[in-house]
Design a protein around this ligand. Sequence first.
Ligand code: ATP
Ligand code: MG
Length: 596
Amino acid sequence: MLENSYHSNHMRTSKYLLATTKETPSDAVVISHQLMLKAGLIRKLASGLYSWMPTGLRVLKKVSRIIQHEMDNAGALEVSMPVVQPAELWHESGRWEQMGSELQRFKDRHERDFCLGPTHEEVITDLVRNEISSYKQLPINLYQIQTKFRDERRPRFGVMRAREFVMKDAYSFHADQASLELTYELMYETYTKIFDRLGFTFRAVEADSGNIGGNRSHEFHVLADSGEDEIVFSSENDYAANMEMASAAAPADNKGASTQDKKLVATPDTSSIEDVCTLLHVRPEQTIKTLIVLGEKSGESAEGQNDQALIALILRGDHHLNEVKATKIPGIQSPLSFADEKQINAVLGCKPGSIGPVDMPEGIRIIADRDAANLADFVCGANQDGHHLTGVNWDKDCKVGEVADLRNVIEGDLSPDGKGKLSIKRGIEVGHIFQLGNKYSQAMGLSVLNENGKSIVPEMGCYGIGVTRIVAAAIEQCHDEKGIIWPDNIAPFHLALIPLNAHKSEQVSQLADKLYRDLTDAGVEVLYDDRDKKTSPGVKFADMELIGIPHRLVISERSLEQDKLEYKHRGDTDSQDIPLEGALDFLTNKILSVNA
Ligand code: ATP
Ligand code: MG
């Protein structure tokens, strides 16, 4: 089956909006963003808002069609839900209050609250609670490919992180957990098929499932240096997780014995771990840093002041706090918020750079990361501006409090099972699958009757793919200094047909017209560069390479003298001469076999 079944499969550049440009706008920092603008795929309307030009839209539709095809094969049913959603549903789920400014809220002429859908759990749950009443109608998996709006804090990288973007979102409903797990596995396989068909080098990684707890979630990442996310792999087995979720093996309990006594040292003008290390000639691994965060709100005090406890999180100097892990610890405020200088000074009497666990005021809960808790003779802040303590030891000098995994893993950490080492790569998240459990069905009163006539609350799963982001990810993964190199099945056109000096040669122009008709009739999508003599061959070649059309056929008087045509694949360095006789078969075989 051709991907392009209802797309116009031929085009003359003279009647097309090619829209290629030489300039690279200064706000385009990643290569895909630059190339999408230069190749005339998209145009910016405002921050995070893009128009899709004819060439870009052809690619986007092909990506959508591959996704539709695989979702349909997996038995999912396509629906389409409104972009505009009434606030009532979001009140029911509790997300009207929970979501921050990413949720674009507005009022209609009757002063009723609405939002632009950033996702559709509420709407689909409402739909299903009205349509489905029996376990016999389950499981069901409904999907759509549709525009989402999120007022992202930092729209960037073009369509990679836009405010308006296209998502494929699917939602499944189940009578029990076992059924949810089957569909989850099926979606995992379906995503693997989709990303294979898109020609991606990708990895599925374990992801955090938020505050719902206990449920499974995987993200699918395209590997690319420009990716916004860090993903973590084991060298020895298939352990793979995103940075939020990744955990190293617990340190062996091999804390050295204390050999030093604690000593107060002056560390003026040091504000970072590096400064302290340079001054005291110690390695960051031998220091700890203390971060003060806010505990959960526990009501208002008599003066109307917020009675919020402070909590000390302790990490080894070379490690970084993992905010997702910290937020999961009961008692810590979510989203995580750090105490400000004033709050710290009021309680500890020093600036944030000088905090440490020794003589911490009563009432401050101390949580140490596993590796920080495993240190002996370490350096820490002295709770006194411009001073640190050296030779500090847990138990002897300060209480270790609680111990937890609080940190991001680093390159070379042991895998969680202790076998193999962790390595870190960058990825672009193109898909996310998630077991939601009954969070929405419960909150929104969705129930069905089971085989005993008893009312049960269905389990749900949700499955997203960033359709517009995929176009950018494909370019990140495949390009060279000349432009985009599309995988065959999402290329805007299969073949660039370029006659040289057609205005001078009747033979060239007639043959080009004929090949254009024949190729098109055979089902090849041809972009026929029939621009007149004002456009030089060099410009035509450069444009077609920039747009990334996989196959190129050049017709010139010179090669026709030898009954030859010039063929080149976008990925090849040199072109090859092919006999005129049989050229049509040569091309259709080459092109249609991979696009079938
Ligand atoms: P991210 O961590 O990148 O913000 P998310 O966790 O918010 O993603 P989901 O809510 O799971 O994303 O959305 C499903 C998919 O939609 C993502 O995997 C991603 O490919 C895509 N997506 C999310 N936000 C954007 C955006 N601002 N622009 C383009 N695509 C997006
Ligand atoms: Mg997001």
